[in-house]
Design a protein. Structure first.
Length: 149
């Protein structure tokens, strides 16, 4: 009980209210070791979003500064239709790593989903700077924007 109060206070102080509700027991179910992001990605790939979200919360419970974990959580929320939660997770990833290619692409994809092609293009321009010789994130977002026009 005291651990949860301390954890909630810490999460609030860090501006990470979304994880304040993550139970310390989540990580314990993995014998002290959270699943790998690769394993969680496999769950997402087959549409097991609820399990993936639970596992991602365990990963983030152990490392609140894991930009890749926040990005994958955002992606999972977006794929499961939970767009507000996806937005929050992408913002956390980009706060931790402003140049995160995946989060930049995926928040651009979220803008496309919402019909905000102008902001999606801002993310595309950012990707052009981050990977001037080209990259998959840039190509994918560019294609999504083109398809939505």
């Amino acid at each position: 009980m005291n651990k949860m109060i301390l954890k909630s206070a810490l999460a609030g102080a860090l501006g990470l209210g979304m994880v304040a509700s993550i139970s310390l027991t989540n990580a314990m179910t993995f014998n002290g070791e959270a699943p790998s992001l690769d394993d969680i990605q496999k769950l997402v790939d087959v549409g097991e979003y609820d399990k993936a979200i639970m596992d991602l919360k365990a990963v983030l419970d152990m490392d609140l500064k894991n930009a890749d974990g926040w990005n994958l959580l955002g992606y999972t929320y977006r794929k499961s239709g939970q767009l507000d939660l996806a937005w929050d997770a992408y913002e956390r990833a980009l706060t931790l790593d402003p140049d995160h290619l995946g989060a930049t692409e995926y928040i651009g994809e979220l803008y496309v989903t919402q019909g905000n092609l102008e902001q999606a293009d801002v993310q595309l321009q950012k990707l052009m700077v981050l990977c001037p010789t080209g990259c998959e994130a840039y190509d994918t977002l560019k294609a999504s924007i083109a398809a939505a026009q």
